[in-house]
Design a protein around this ligand. Structure first.
Ligand code: NDP
Ligand code: GDR
Length: 364
C-alpha cells in the first residue's frame, strides 16, 4: 500500500514539529524542508528524526529555502506530495520591521514559488495546498470578533506579506482549480513556542526568575490583547482543512481574549509569586512583595512602530463545517508552558550549582 505523502515547509518550527508528528501517527510519509543553518535547527523534531542510513523511512528532511525557487521545484518534483503544508515564514512581527524585504521574499513570494512549483510540475489536480495565514491580517480591527468575512487591515511588513500570501492562494484556487486553503489562525502557543514570542518569553523569564537565574523580565505593550490557543489543537485543523470536498478558508481561534498583563499574572500565580503592580505605560512594573525586587518592567524597545492592540476570533465556521473545537483552555495552556519552563530552569540551576554551564542561558 502506498502511503499518502505530505510535504511540510517550516517543519523545524513550532507548528511544523506538531504537524509532522500528527501526520506520522496518521500513517503519512512525511517530508520536511529545513534550511541550512550554522547550528543544528532540528531540536523540535529530533524525537521523530529517522536515521538517513536506514532503508525505509517515513520522515525525510530536504534542504531548501522559501527564497529559492529551484530548491522548492526540485523537492516538489522528487516528493510528488498529496498535500503541502506551507508553514515556513519569517514569523516574528517585530523582526519584520527590521527585515521587511526578506520577510516579503519568504512570506509573500515564497507562497507564490510553491504554488508555481505545483503548476510547473502539472500537479494542480493532485497536490492540495495549505497556507498558514494569520489573524495579523485583521491588524487594525474593523469588527469584533473577527471572522472569515472581516476586512483586513495589516499593520506590519509581516502582515502585509501574509496578505499577499492569502490572496495568491485564493487566486490560484480560482484561476487554476488548485485545492488550496487559508487557515486564518489566531495566536497559538506551546512549550515549543519560539523564545522571543511574548507567551514563551514570559513563561521562560518568570520560571528563570523563580529559579534564581534571571532578575527581571522586560516586556513591551502589556495592554495588547490576544486570543491564545494551543498549537497542538490548531495543527489538527490544518489537516482537516485539506480533507474536505472543496477548499475553503477558515478562522481558527478560541473566542476568548486575554491581555499580556493577564498572562504574566497567571504565570506569577502558578509560580506562587506575589506581585504588586504599579504605574502604566513605560512606568508600569511588578514588584515581588516578599523581596521588593522588580520582577517585570517595561522596555520601550519592545514597542512596535504600528501595533495590533486587540484580536479576538470567531471560530463558528470551523465548528459548524468541520466539527472542530479547541480542546485546551487558556489556563491549561499557561500551566503546561510554565511547567515545562520551570522544570528546564530548575535543571539549569542544578547544572550551574555543580559548576557547569547550561546550554541555553540567554535572556530574551
Ligand atoms: P516558527 O517561527 O516557529 O517556525 C517558522 C518555520 O519557518 C521554521 O521552521 C523556520 O526555520 C522556517 N523558515 C523561516 N524562514 C524560512 C525560509 N526562508 N525558508 C525555509 N524555511 C524558513 O513559526 P510557527 O510554527 O509558530 O508558525 C508556523 C506558520 O504559521 C508561520 O508561517 C507563521 O507565520 C504562521 N502563523 C503562526 C501563528 C502562531 O501563533 N504560531 C498564528 C498564525 C500564523 P528555522 O527553524 O530554521 O528558523
Ligand atoms: P504576535 O505575537 O505579534 O501576535 O504574532 P507576539 O507574541 O510576538 O506578540 C503578541 C503581543 O505581545 C506584545 N508584547 C510583546 N511581544 C514580544 N514578542 N515581546 C515582548 O517583549 C512583548 N511585550 C509585549 C506585542 O506587542 C504583541 O501585541 C504571532 C506570531 O506567531 C505571528 O507569526 C502570527 O501570525 C501571529 O501571532 C498570529
Amino acid at each position: 500500500m502506498t502511503l499518502k505523502k505530505a510535504l511540510i515547509t517550516g517543519v523545524t518550527g513550532q507548528d511544523g514539529a506538531y504537524l509532522a508528528e500528527f501526520l506520522l501517527k496518521k500513517g503519512y510519509e512525511v517530508h520536511g524542508i529545513k534550511r541550512r543553518t550554522s547550528l543544528f535547527n532540528t531540536a523540535r523534531i529530533d524525537h521523530i528524526y529517522e536515521d538517513p542510513h536506514q532503508q525505509h523511512r517515513n520522515f525525510i528532511l530536504h534542504y531548501g529555502d522559501m527564497t529559492d525557487s529551484s530548491s522548492l521545484i526540485h523537492i516538489v518534483q522528487k516528493v510528488q506530495p498529496d498535500e503541502i503544508y506551507n508553514l515556513a515564514a519569517q514569523s516574528h512581527v517585530a523582526v519584520s520591521f527590521e527585515e521587511p524585504e526578506y520577510t516579503a521574499n519568504s512570506d509573500a513570494l515564497g507562497v507564490l514559488r510553491l504554488l508555481e512549483a505545483i503548476r510547473i510540475l502539472g500537479l494542480e489536480k493532485k497536490t492540495k495546498f495549505y497556507q498558514a495565514s494569520t489573524s495579523e491580517l485583521y491588524g487594525l480591527v474593523q469588527e469584533i470578533p473577527q471572522k472569515e468575512t472581516t476586512p483586513f487591515y495589516p499593520r506590519s511588513p509581516y502582515a502585509v506579506a501574509k496578505m499577499y500570501g492569502y490572496w495568491i492562494v485564493v487566486n490560484y484556487r480560482e484561476a487554476y482549480g488548485i485545492y488550496a486553503c487559508n487557515g486564518i489562525l489566531f495566536n497559538h502557543e506551546s512549550p515549543m513556542r519560539g523564545e522571543t514570542f511574548v507567551t514563551r518569553k514570559i513563561t521562560r523569564g518568570m520560571a528563570r526568575i523563580k529559579a534564581g537565574l534571571q532578575d527581571t523580565l522586560f516586556l513591551g505593550n502589556m495592554d495588547a490583547k490576544r486570543d491564545w490557543g494551543h498549537a497542538r489543537d490548531y495543527i489538527e485543523m490544518q489537516w482537516l482543512m485539506l480533507q474536505q470536498k472543496k477548499p475553503q478558508d477558515f478562522v481558527i481561534a478560541t473566542g476568548v481574549q486575554y491581555s499580556v498583563r493577564d498572562f504574566v499574572k497567571r504565570c506569577a500565580e502558578l509560580l506562587e509569586m506575589d506581585l504588586e503592580w504599579s504605574g502604566n505605560g513605560v512606568d508600569e512594573k511588578a514588584v515581588d512583595k516578599a523581596t521588593g525586587k522588580t520582577i517585570v518592567a517595561v522596555d520601550p524597545r519592545y514597542f512596535r512602530p504600528t501595533e495590533v492592540e486587540t484580536l479576538l476570533g470567531d471560530p463558528s465556521k470551523a465548528k459548524r463545517e468541520l466539527g472542530w473545537e479547541p480542546r485546551t483552555t487558556f489556563d491549561e495552556l499557561v500551566r503546561e508552558m510554565i511547567e515545562a519552563d520551570y522544570s528546564a530552569a530548575k535543571r539549569d540551576a542544578l547544572v550551574i550549582e555543580h559548576g557547569y554551564k547550561p546550554f541555553n542561558v540567554r535572556e530574551t
